[in-house]
Design a protein around this ligand. Structure first.
Ligand code: PLP
Length: 369
């Protein structure tokens, strides 16, 4: 008898859907790309100056596996010790490390130990589900309660789940709302496992919000805050993010990360970007002003617009035909994001562009309506 041929992949991989990033058009195509929440403004001139100083010697050697200089700049900028910082190849890399280190079934797990699960409110960043499927680890997905325009975090249910890893994005994607600090504090206090506060969009939520979660990291050793240079700093192409947590939590992540997870160019350019906070503030404030204008203009076209603290808006077209509008805009060389998911399939996520870009999109929407 012939044996069944061995599958190339583990059953979990055969059965899962891969993460679907936003479509990536050619750089030279005249396409307005408002589907992946990139910053419409370029990175700081200091970043380009650092790029011009990249030497052959820097490239010949492996990068610093501990990202020492970068972590020092982050520590100094945010008022935390440098050994409370870990660098990642984008915050996606840090999420991968967290799932690898904390979640899933372990062969040496005693039967007394509970399944090491992931818990998160929905809707949120769908990569959490993808990473769980790869690990594999079970997930507990708990719906946000929508009260009017407010998304209310199911704090008690998340605490009751007692997952190994609880993930909360704030500002959240695709909703754009900020989770109240009091809710995060209750979670941190009530969870035995790790609380991940994913602040990819925090730079668009105001300076006070940027500081708030750092107080939680100081107060709770099970909390890690994730930040990225992809959004506020205009560096999505560089792939650099960082985590802030107390050293015992970072020690576990150091064990599972790729040795040289961040390349030498990213570390140099990232340090220059972080050091130039005035530039970041200037571009994020421009985006925040454009967000306000775009929200007003879309409301004027009878769209429902949820309040947003990020560089995108969650909106509902007047006829609810979100997919159709997304397709029509694409015919006009404008890309926005449609999610084929229950609860989201009548809505769209639109990245805030420059005022001129937003105007181009509004004109195309008006023409269609
Ligand atoms: C909530 C959230 N977290 C993390 C990320 C990943 O960011 P990075 O580019 O740093 O990997 C994204 C990207 O869109 C995001 O929306």
């Amino acid at each position: 008898m012939i044996d069944q041929p061995l599958s190339w992949f583990r059953p979990e991989i055969n059965n899962m859907q891969g993460y679907q990033p936003g479509e990536w058009p050619d750089l030279n195509a005249n396409i307005l790309k408002l589907n992946s929440n990139e910053n419409p403004y370029p990175p700081s001139p200091q970043v380009l100056a650092a790029l011009s100083e990249v030497s052959a010697e820097l490239l010949r050697r492996y990068p610093d596996p501990k990202a020492t200089d970068f972590c020092q700049v982050v520590g100094k900028t945010f008022g935390i010790p440098a050994d409370w910082v870990i660098a990642g190849n984008g915050s996606d890399d840090l999420l991968t490390m967290l799932v690898r280190a904390c979640a899933g079934s372990a062969t040496t797990r005693s039967t007394a130990e509970k399944e090491r699960m992931l818990a998160y409110p929905m809707p949120t960043y769908i990569l959490y589900r993808t990473l769980a499927a790869i690990q594999p680890a079970k997930t507990v997905e708990i719906a946000y309660e929508m009260q009017g325009d407010n998304w209310s975090l199911p704090v008690e249910q998340l605490i009751a789940a007692q997952a190994a890893l609880t993930l909360v994005a704030t500002p959240n994607s695709p909703t754009g709302h900020c989770v109240p600090m009091a809710d995060l504090r209750s979670l941190a206090a009530g969870l035995n496992g790790v609380l991940v506060i994913d602040e990819a969009y925090i730079d668009f939520a105001g300076e006070e919000a940027e500081q708030a979660s750092l107080a939680l990291v100081k107060a709770f050793e099970n909390v890690i805050v994730l930040r990225t240079l992809s959004k506020g700093y205009g560096l999505a192409g560089l792939r650099l993010g960082f985590g802030i947590a107390q050293p015992p939590l970072l020690a576990g992540l150091q064990k599972v990360k790729d040795s040289y997870n961040v390349d030498a160019i990213a570390l140099r350019l990232g340090a220059a970007a972080i050091a130039d906070q005035p530039y970041k503030r200037a571009i994020t404030q421009k985006v925040m002003a454009a967000r306000q204008q775009l929200a007003t203009d879309l409301q004027g076209l009878n769209f429902r617009v949820w309040p947003s603290f990020a560089n995108f808006l969650l909106v509902q077209p007047p006829d609810g035909k979100a997919k159709l509008l997304c397709e029509k805009l694409k015919e006009n060389q404008i890309m926005i994001r449609y999610f084929n998911q229950p609860g989201l399939d009548d809505k769209l996520r639109i990245t805030v562009g420059t005022p001129a870009q937003n105007e181009r999109m509004l004109l195309a929407i008006q023409a269609w309506l």
